[in-house]
Design a protein around this ligand. Structure first.
Ligand code: PEP
Ligand code: MG
Length: 544
């Protein structure tokens, strides 16, 4: 059976149906048995309690929902409505009946106006129901709690219920009433819930029946066949036409700058053509891999000037030399090491040759002064706040304005709060962070299956850094390969990444995927991934 309504968004959802319980029965129109003042006090207490509850829900919901639910909360204190309740009680009604009639009056008036005001009628009805439930000592009507994912069918949802929908559980939403501008539709869109509203025939669908929602088509298929689901998935893929070049943006408008990883100034132009909003990782060691002696300040300044000039007005994150292990630089050579990945590499190597680091920072600062890019500098392989402090103060001494660190060593993630108390920003190098978390050499094929950034252990460390970034208000980027995996990129944003840097060829796929998810949805996906036991499970949970 195929039913029609208005789709919200363009997604699809398949799952068993769960029905919203029927609204409370209408209070009987019987004379009150207590005096008017006592009855009115009862009504005021119930209105006050519901108002408080809605304010709490509004704060918890945040985002777009907050304003909508606060408006509902204010209805409970509306002077005209309170006067109406009072006069109905004075005329002999019970508090329940007076509240019911007062809210029904406002609802009828909105419905009579039609258009957008009529879409608000459900908000008013929802508040009225809550107050009547409070007067009867019952739980407010709301979304049922079950332990499996479901497609919810409701007559219509009040904003408080729509905002409280757990997007980890609600696969999709069908409403019998409501239009495309109803709050249910607005909130479903902002939460990234697949919804089809105004499906007038949905009342006949039995609880537990599997349905297929296609928001792009505005359709609901009852008991779909395997072929129906496959065809809907194909329509979904076809709809995901690549988002044209432009800023990295989530479905709710949140900006996630897409930056490029490059290994020379010459690569910047191509990156910008493909839509790079800046450079998120300039691997400076790659420019001087063949050099026998340390490059001079002037030589380096030339290279950096070329890059900064090409990136006028844009952010350019320069990484100081990351020598050692897979990238040996003869001018930063160390004694032979048994385990070079655990040896004197990254900041450890440049700290041991501080003259080289000083020259590099001076060259970057000089090129910065000559050009108009927004230059940020970071050190690789920083282990803790002490090492971050060493780098940041040296960078400042040499004229660098914005100095940060790469989080690639698990200790840096574990100490992220302290590190972000010192560094202006953190950029997560997921390649090394994965290698060190799973103790799997990134060069070694025999342990390649361990080196998977989807591993929940890696994601948990990233979450620590994301949380520290949020608390400190400082940016947390990701510049490892993980940022180029479109689905993982969404999870990284959900874990707190504020920018993503990748090979420019990945921009289109990542930009397109980001556009399908709100920040709230990305966070919900991150929670799913964090709950997994293995990388494969995290990937599967998020793909589902
Ligand atoms: C990383 O480790 O994720 C990173 C970006 O640095 P590199 O790959 O150059 O070690
Ligand atoms: Mg690295």
């Amino acid at each position: 059976m195929l039913l029609h309504g208005t789709g919200v968004g363009r997604g699809i959802a398949v799952g068993p149906v769960l029905r919203m319980p029927a609204p409370l029965s209408e209070p009987e129109d019987v004379p009150r048995t207590v005096d008017a003042d006592t009855e009115y006090s009862r009504a005021l207490a119930a209105l006050g309690a519901v108002g408080h509850d809605l304010t709490d829900r509004a704060r918890r919901a945040g985002g777009e929902a907050e304003g909508v639910i606060l408006t509902q909360s204010m209805m409970t204190q509306d002077p005209a409505l309170l006067d109406d309740v009072r006069s109905r009680i004075d005329a002999g009604s019970t508090a329940e009946r007076a509240v019911f009639e007062a809210f029904s009056g406002v609802r009828q008036m909105l419905l009579a106006l039609g258009g957008s005001p009529a879409d608000r009628a459900v908000d008013v009805e929802d508040v009225g129901q809550r107050v009547v439930a409070q007067l009867r000592g019952l739980q407010p009507p709301g979304v049922p709690e079950v332990d499996h994912p479901f497609v919810l069918i409701a007559g219509d949802l009040g904003p408080a219920d729509a905002a409280a929908l757990d997007i980890g559980q609600v696969l999709g939403l069908i409403t019998v009433g409501g239009g495309p501008t109803s709050h249910t539709a607005i909130l479903a869109r902002s939460k990234g819930i697949v919804a089809v509203v105004g499906v007038t025939d949905a009342t006949g669908i039995d609880e537990g029946t599997t349905v297929l929602l296609d928001a792009g088509e505005g359709s609901v298929t009852v008991e779909p066949s395997v072929e129906d689901v496959t065809a809907a998935r194909e329509r979904l893929v076809a709809r995901r036409v690549a988002v044209p070049i432009g800023p990295g943006t989530l479905a709710d408008g949140t900006r996630i700058p897409l930056l490029a990883n490059i290994g020379s100034a010459a690569e910047a132009k191509a990156a910008l053509t493909l839509g790079a909003e800046g450079i998120g990782l300039f691997r400076t060691e790659l420019v001087f891999l063949g050099a026998r002696s340390a490059p001079t300040v002037a030589e380096q300044q030339d290279e950096y000037r070329r890059l900064f000039t090409a990136c006028r007005g844009k952010r350019v994150v320069v990484r100081t030399f990351d020598a050692g292990s897979d990238k040996p630089l003869s001018f930063l050579a160390t004694d032979p090491e048994e385990n070079p990945a655990l040896g004197l590499r990254g900041i450890r190597a440049t700290r041991a040759h501080e003259g080289v680091l000083r020259d590099q920072l001076a060259a970057i600062a000089a090129a910065d002064a000559e050009t108009d890019a927004e230059v940020w500098v970071m050190a690789p392989m920083v282990a803790d706040a002490d090492e971050a402090g060493y780098f940041v103060s040296l960078a400042r001494e040499l004229g660098i304005q914005v100095a940060g660190v790469m989080a690639e060593v698990p200790s840096c993630a574990l100490m992220a709060g302290q590190v972000l108390g010192i560094a202006d920003f953190v950029s997560i190098g997921t390649n090394d962070l994965t290698q060190y978390t799973l103790a799997a050499d990134r060069q070694l094929g025999s342990v390649a299956s361990y080196a998977d950034p989807w591993h929940p252990a890696v994601l948990r460390l990233i979450k620590m850094i994301g949380d520290a970034g949020e608390q400190s208000g400082r940016p947390v980027g990701v510049c490892g390969e993980a940022a180029a995996d479109p689905m993982l990129a969404v999870v990284l944003v959900g874990l707190g990444a504020t920018s993503l840097s990748m090979a420019p060829t990945a921009f289109e796929a990542v930009r397109t995927e980001l556009r399908q998810h709100t920040l709230e949805h990305a966070r919900a996906l991150a929670v799913q991934a964090l709950s997994a036991s293995t990388a494969a499970e995290a990937r599967a949970l998020v793909r589902e």
